[in-house]
Each structure stands twice: as structure tokens, then as C-alpha cells.
Design a protein around this ligand. Structure first.
Ligand code: GLY
Ligand code: MN
Ligand code: MN
Length: 535
């Protein structure tokens, strides 16, 4: 018997889910069925799929789409004859049927050029070309297809039934046609993925082998492993090692940024500067207020959402004794006048590139003599790191240059219990008690970009034009550190900037964000004046 909406409404509280309907719905929707009274009758279905006008769902080619072919070509050249599978990932459950906002995996974002929340469940496949084909003769190794879920628009029942893809729930999505326009890639229905990936797979000469970025989408990894087992690959250890090597290669490729990526990084840094401006403008009124670290965090994050996609990582607002906690993200502290305030924050723009900037401020707008002295040491260490960052040098060279300046200062303050040289020797390293973290890392789509690379490809590799990285020395004196004078305890200072290596040497990308002592004080005064004018 067909139910009308009125019947449904009358029988609220007695409805039982229709099994057929449930099977068609996502797990997510099933989980919430104990609290929805959505009608399931065919009258309702017909009603829901009729009476809709045209919808504006036009998309434009992304600027990144001009750069994607070269990225794919370089990857394909490393894995001729192999089918390469790069998933976007699935939405992560926050709790129950509520997901976190979706962010695609960075390898997927890089090779498709997609950003923002495009596109949960999608998978990029690079299919090896037939060696005798005209494409192969032109030097092409692979053709790319982006598999994705078709639109669940007002012509499909999923429109209102699927909380994951239904456009009633999630708004208009680009689907196959839209993603093809945005990326310039050939697109296909994700329903065809398994058959397409299984084609000609086998261990024999001339057959196709699969490589998958395996830690991103468990459903895709399972499908690929199943196809391998069904086609003569039984050594899981070997296939997983091959997958890891593939993932590592994608990570290494991202070390050299193309001109589009450099432009996106400049945008991320400019938006981050605006976020710092907003925080400094809010600072005078926040001093002494409970949880005022969060007042500033809120200012930065609001700007990140306005100007970009999000924060690139959880914003660190660490005042006073919180500052020596390297990953202070709780931000529940009260900012007091006269302390130092360490803020580590970055805007991730819509293309998903993020800045990573740290500044340390005197909360009352003026460094005390000791604060200035300590701050200047960190600044000098950073400058030494910058000067060591020449093309051909390594991250280790940056690290050593920064550490020497810090160790010398710690010695002069009478804190270092050994000589500078003994501390800098591999057996010593006593200065690292006050700087236990790294001093530089690649930056791009991920805040700790290219992290799958091996040591010799990363720490030990030559700095090369096109690389973007941070230089971020600091000094961290815990509140209960009995090995330092009392006035040093509970102080943390970090200065972190983003650098592009060029043929001519390193360029401070974030040079526009003040950090010299006088410039910081002037910037704070300008922001305080701005806050006064607005009040
Ligand atoms: N914000 C994380 C880092 O500086 O590495
Ligand atoms: Mn960093
Ligand atoms: Mn940082």
C-alpha cells in the first residue's frame, strides 16, 4: 500500500524502515534511521523527483589544470607499464553520522589539481598505454581517468536519500562532466572502477601490475588487493612494499614546486599575514580575559575560512608558560600583559596549499631587555639558517647553522653545562634540551610536505631551486626547568618563515610579516591604534 505524506505524519513513531529503501541508502543514513521519519512511498518518490527548474551548476577549468599534464607525465615516466591508483579518500567520521569536512588526500590534490572538498570517493587512475599504440610512439606512458560518483541531482532518488552524495543534502556537486571541465581529465563512473582496474592484471611479462596509494581509502585498497589476489599476486609483503615505494615517489615529486604552486603559496602567506593582523588587533582587548588564547585563535581561524579553505593545521596560540609546549593547541590560556606570546598559524587556501608562520610577541607591545635579548638570539639563528640555505646545501646545513647560534647564546648565558663545541658534537647535543624539534621542513599541500621521502631524499638531499621550506629556530624553557635561571623559565620563542629556493639563492616568501624587534613593536602599535579607532 502506498503511503501518503499525511499517512506518514500520522503514523510518526510507528514507522519501520522499508528494507529495500534501506539497502539503497548509505550506511550513514541507516545509522540515523532511528530518528528520521522520512517517507518511503512511491507517491512521495514521484513527488520528490518532479517540479524542479533548471539549476545553475556551471564550473570553469581550474588554473591548476594547465599544470596537471606535466605532473602526470613525470609520475608516469617513473612507472611505465604499471597502473597507478591515487584515491581522494572518504569522509572521516567525527561521530555517529556526522563527518568532518572532507579534504582530499594531498597526492590526489596534486595530480588532479583539485582543492577544497573535491571529491570524496573519487580515484585517479593512470592507465599504462599499449607499447604499440600511437600514444606510446609519441612518448606517452599513461592515460589518466578520474573515477567519481555521478551527480545525485533531482533526477535521481539519491538526490534526497543519500546524505553523502545527494544534492538535497550536500548541494550541487560537479559530477563527471563538471570534474572533467575543472581538471581537463577524462572522467568515468566510479561504478566502473573495479572492472577497469582489473583489466589485464597479472604477474606475467607484458601484463599490468597495480600500484595504489594505500593509506587513503580502505575500500579502494581492499578492492585493489582483491584484484591482485584474483590475478596471481599472493605476496602481500611485496605488493605493499611496491605501493610504499610508489607513495614515496609521489611525495618526492612534490618537493619541486611549479610556478602555480609558488603562486598559491604566496596567496597562503598573504592571507596568513592578514590573520596575524586580525589577531594583533584583537590582542589589547583580549589581555586578561579568560581563555583569551582562544579569542585570538578564533580571529585567525575566521580569517582562514573567509580567505581560504581552512587553517593548514591547528592554530597554536601559546602565551607565557604555554609557549615552550611545542604543540600547544588547547589554547585555553589567559594572555597576561608583559608575557611573550607565541603564535604558529597558517592559512590553507582553496587549492590546499598552506603557509606555516610563527611570530612571538611581547603582549604589552614592548620587549623587555631580557625578552629582546632572547628574541634577538632566535632571530640571529634564523638568519644564520637562511644564509646556510644555498642551492646545493642540505637541511642539515641549515640545522647546524641555527644550532651554533643557539648553543653560543646558551653558553654565554651560563646555561649550557659544556663548551659550545662539545655541545655541537654528535655525542653532546646538550643544547637540544632547549630545542628538541627540527628547524626546517618542506611546505606545500601539507604543512610537513613530502614526508614520505627517505632521509637521503629529504634531510640529506641538496636544496634545489623550486623547493619551499620553513626555517624555524626557537628557544624553549619549560616552567619547571631547574637548569636555567628563574627569569628564563616559562618562556618560549619561535620565529618561523617560509622560504623559496631560487637559482639566485633563498627568497623569504614571508618577508612582509614583520619580525625585527622594532618592526614587531611598530606593527603591534599600529594594530592597537586600529583597534582603538574601531572601538
Ligand atoms: N606548525 C607546525 C610546524 O611548524 O612545523
Ligand atoms: Mn613548521
Ligand atoms: Mn609552524
Amino acid at each position: 500500500m502506498e503511503e501518503s505524506m499525511t499517512d506518514n505524519q500520522k503514523s510518526e513513531g510507528q514507522l519501520h524502515p522499508d528494507e529495500t529503501t534501506l539497502a539503497a541508502e548509505s550506511t550513514q543514513t541507516q545509522r540515523s534511521h532511528n530518528r528520521t521519519l522520512r517517507p518511503t512511498g512511491s507517491t512521495f518518490e514521484r513527488f520528490m523527483l518532479s517540479g524542479w527548474g533548471e539549476e545553475d551548476n556551471e564550473v570553469e577549468p581550474l588554473e591548476s589544470s594547465r599544470f596537471v599534464p606535466d605532473r602526470l607525465k613525470a609520475l608516469g615516466a617513473k612507472f611505465p607499464g604499471q597502473r597507478l591508483i591515487i584515491p581522494a579518500g572518504q569522509a572521516k567520521v567525527r561521530n555517529d553520522d556526522c563527518d568532518y569536512a572532507f579534504r582530499p588526500d594531498s597526492a590526489f590534490a596534486y595530480y588532479t589539481g583539485l582543492g577544497q572538498d573535491y571529491e570524496a570517493g573519487a580515484v585517479l587512475v593512470l592507465n599504462p598505454v599499449d607499447p604499440d599504440s600511437p600514444e606510446a610512439k609519441e612518448g606517452q606512458t599513461h592515460t589518466a581517468t578520474l573515477y567519481t560518483h555521478p551527480r545525485s541531482d533531482q533526477t535521481t532518488q539519491e538526490y534526497y536519500r543519500s546524505a553523502s552524495y545527494g544534492e538535497y543534502w550536500v548541494g550541487a556537486r560537479p559530477g563527471l562532466k563538471g570534474l572533467a571541465v575543472m581538471t581537463g581529465l577524462h572522467t568515468a563512473d566510479i561504478a566502473d572502477f573495479d572492472d577497469a582496474v582489473a583489466k589485464n592484471v597479472g604477474p606475467e611479462q607484458g601484463a599490468v601490475q597495480l600500484r595504489v596509494v594505500r593509506n587513503v581509502d580502505p575500500q579502494i585498497t581492499e578492492s585493489v588487493d582483491l584484484i591482485r589476489h584474483d590475478n596471481g599476486f599472493s605476496d602481500d609483503g611485496k605488493t605493499q612494499a611496491d605501493d610504499d615505494a610508489f607513495y614515496q615517489a609521489t611525495s618526492v615529486q612534490r618537493m619541486l614546486k611549479d610556478s602555480y604552486e609558488v603562486g598559491e603559496m604566496r596567496k597562503a602567506i598573504a592571507a596568513t599575514k592578514d590573520g596575524f593582523f586580525r589577531m594583533l588587533t584583537a590582542l589589547p582587548a583580549a589581555i586578561g580575559r579568560p581563555r583569551s588564547e582562544r579569542i585570538l585563535e578564533g580571529q585567525f581561524n575566521a580569517n582562514a575560512r573567509e580567505q581560504g579553505n581552512n587553517e593548514g593545521y591547528d592554530t597554536i596560540v601559546a602565551s607565557g608558560a604555554h609557549a615552550p609546549t611545542l604543540h600547544w593547541m588547547r589554547n585555553t590560556g589567559t594572555i597576561e600583559s608583559g608575557e611573550l606570546l607565541l603564535i604558529d598559524a597558517g592559512v590553507e587556501v582553496d587549492s590546499l596549499y598552506t603557509a606555516d608562520i610563527t611570530r612571538t610577541f611581547p603582549t604589552n607591545g614592548h620587549f623587555s631587555d631580557l625578552q629582546r635579548q632572547m628574541y634577538q638570539v632566535v632571530l640571529d639563528a634564523q638568519q644564520a639558517g637562511f644564509e646556510a640555505a644555498k642551492p646545493g646545501a642540505t637541511y642539515s646545513d641549515i640545522h647546524k647553522a641555527c644550532m651554533r647560534v643557539l648553543a653560543e647564546a646558551l653558553y654565554q648565558w651560563g646555561i649550557l653545562p659544556v663548551s659550545v663545541e662539545e655541545s655541537l658534537s654528535p655525542q653532546g647535543q646538550q643544547h637540544r634540551r632547549w630545542h628538541a624539534c627540527g628547524v626546517a621542513h618542506h611546505l606545500g599541500l601539507d604543512v610537513h610536505d613530502c614526508s614520505q621521502a627517505r632521509y637521503e631524499e629529504y634531510q640529506g638531499a641538496a636544496l634545489t631551486p623550486g623547493m619551499i621550506f620553513t626555517i624555524e629556530p626557537g628557544l624553549y624553557f619549560k616552567e619547571n626547568d631547574m637548569l636555567v635561571p628563574p627569569e628564563f623559565r616559562g618562556v618560549g620563542i619561535r620565529i618561523e618563515d617560509d622560504v623559496l629556493m631560487t637559482e639566485k639563492g633563498p627568497e623569504w616568501l614571508s618577508i612582509g610579516i614583520p619580525k625585527q624587534v622594532d618592526d614587531v613593536e611598530k606593527w603591534m602599535a599600529d594594530c592597537a591604534a586600529q583597534a582603538n579607532r574601531a572601538a
